[in-house]
Design a protein around this ligand. Structure first.
Ligand code: 0X9
Ligand code: CA
Ligand code: CA
Ligand code: ZN
Length: 440
């Protein structure tokens, strides 16, 4: 029905991207070396956990400079005009200062400073599963769930399917949404629950949603990383945890960065770390992380008759208010398997989605190089138009990874239109650049 062909000659690449219009950190210039005193890097540790908090790293304004920082194994939380924000332990801070980086502490960002959300604000993993099951029970012909596998610690990794005749695999374009690869990005699980609610309550009441669900099959994976989510959320205070909870053999470190563990150009390009303790540890091999493997196997399982059924995808993260597209491993706009026509379609749909939510659209490597990301694998290996959304807030001042529960409704609803737009173009993303006759 939707032959996937990417073999036509390229048109000349358009260099239409604008640089990211990141917030200018006005307070940046003053006192960088003086704020981060020894006492501010060694506050009392919480419950035996290594103390981590956010820091601003000064004097970085280009993607190459940010990638150089990434190469030290640092995960970048936020890109500003002339600096970045990172989450770092006291040991990380010492190491980075020894390398010549200027770091200043961002007040109020230590785990001990972040007030736990009210219990009802953000769903726990168990509460999210319970809500999904309740929605399924209320809409049995529209919603099915399947356990696609189990996490390292044995939790169910669930895929929710939403379509007319959901129990039947129909010949309709399939769309995938993944959430919560990174443990602390709890707002993304709320995003999955929001989409589930919008689609199920809109079916039969909203003509556009009804038509979309009659002609598409939607897959939601609300938590790719349930072990990490539970670890981050359920100890009494947040732990700023990013990775999964799988121990690394031959090391005392725990956790692989799932979004550096995908099997396309894994570890190729300085966009991940080979050190087990790093926040961007790529794992000992591609798909070594239990959860990456489970989701990759699910995606491979959507190849039917030699044809990948999933055509479009969003991977939800926080934070930064960005719409990102591949490749992440290279600064180039095109690459193997990514022609100028492909790039034009990625960019056009990315910009149009960003027009609905006010996020900043850009190729992901405009920020910094990442290798082994889900977007690169889904495109290069499976031919799926794959985006990353970095949700609210735009900067650390909005709460970073832990915004108050009062923003959940607004900031998930903010993406409703973009989600529907992706569903609309899932029959043929090239339609957005008028190239459907060539490619679909
Ligand atoms: O670094 C990441 O994995 C994502 N940012 S986050 O702060 N949520 O960790 C961005 C990934 C974007 N890069 C690619 N999609 N290649
Ligand atoms: Ca259907
Ligand atoms: Ca199908
Ligand atoms: Zn993330």
């Amino acid at each position: 029905m939707r032959p996937f062909r990417r073999t036509r000659p390229s048109t000349p690449a358009r260099r239409a991207r604008t640089a990211a219009a990141a917030l200018v950190a006005l307070a940046l210039a003053a006192g960088l070396g003086t704020q981060a005193t020894a006492s501010s890097v060694s506050p009392s540790p919480a419950a035996g956990a290594a103390t981590v908090q956010q820091w601003e790293v000064a004097g970085l304004s280009t993607a190459a400079e940010r990638t150089a920082l990434s190469r030290t194994g640092t995960a970048i939380d936020e890109v500003r005009a002339d600096s970045v924000v990172i989450t770092a332990s006291a040991a990380d801070v010492r190491r980075l200062r020894a390398l010549g980086y200027e770091l200043s502490a961002l007040p109020g960002t230590a785990a001990t400073d972040i007030r736990p959300h009210a219990p009802s604000d953000y769903h726990t993993y168990a509460a999210a599963v319970a809500e999904i099951n309740a929605v399924r029970a209320a809409h049995p012909s529209l919603v099915t769930t399947r356990v696609i596998g189990r996490s390292y610690q044995g939790r169910d990794i669930i895929a929710v399917k939403i379509s007319d005749n959901a129990a039947t695999d129909e010949n309709e374009p399939e769309v995938l949404f993944t959430h919560n690869q990174h443990a602390r990005e709890h707002l993304t699980v709320e995003m999955a629950l929001r989409t589930l609610s919008v689609l199920t309550s809109g079916y039969g009441t909203n003509a556009r949603i009804t038509e979309l669900l009659n002609t598409r099959e939607v897959w939601l994976i609300p938590s790719v990383n349930p072990d990490g989510k539970v670890y981050d959320q359920e100890s009494g205070s947040f732990r700023s945890w990013r990775k999964n909870r799988q121990p690394t053999p031959g090391s005392s470190s725990v956790g692989t960065d799932l979004n550096r563990n995908w099997a396309y150009r894994w570890g190729c390009c300085g966009g991940s770390s080979g050190s087990a303790g790093s926040e961007t540890y790529r794992g000992p091999s591609a798909e070594s992380a239990t959860e990456t493997r489970v989701v990759a196997d699910f995606v491979r399982g959507r190849v039917i008759g030699g044809q990948q059924q999933i055509t479009a995808h969003i991977d939800f993260h926080t934070y930064g208010e960005l719409v990102l597209w591949p490749y992440g491993y290279t600064y180039n706009r095109t690459g193997p398997g990514l022609t100028a026509d492909d790039a034009a379609a990625f960019e056009a749909l990315g910009r149009q989605m960003a027009g609905t939510n006010g996020y900043t659209p850009q190729q992901s490597s405009d920020l910094y190089i990442t290798d082994g990301s889900i977007n690169d694998w889904l495109w290069a290996n499976q031919g799926i138009f794959s985006y990353t959304f970095e949700m609210y807030p735009r900067s650390a001042g909005g709460g970073g990874f832990y915004p108050p529960g009062s923003v959940i409704a607004r900031e998930t609803a903010r993406n409703d239109a973009a989600v529907l737009l992706l569903l609309e173009y899932a029959d043929c993303v090239y339609r957005i650049t008028g190239r459907q006759n060539t490619y679909c």
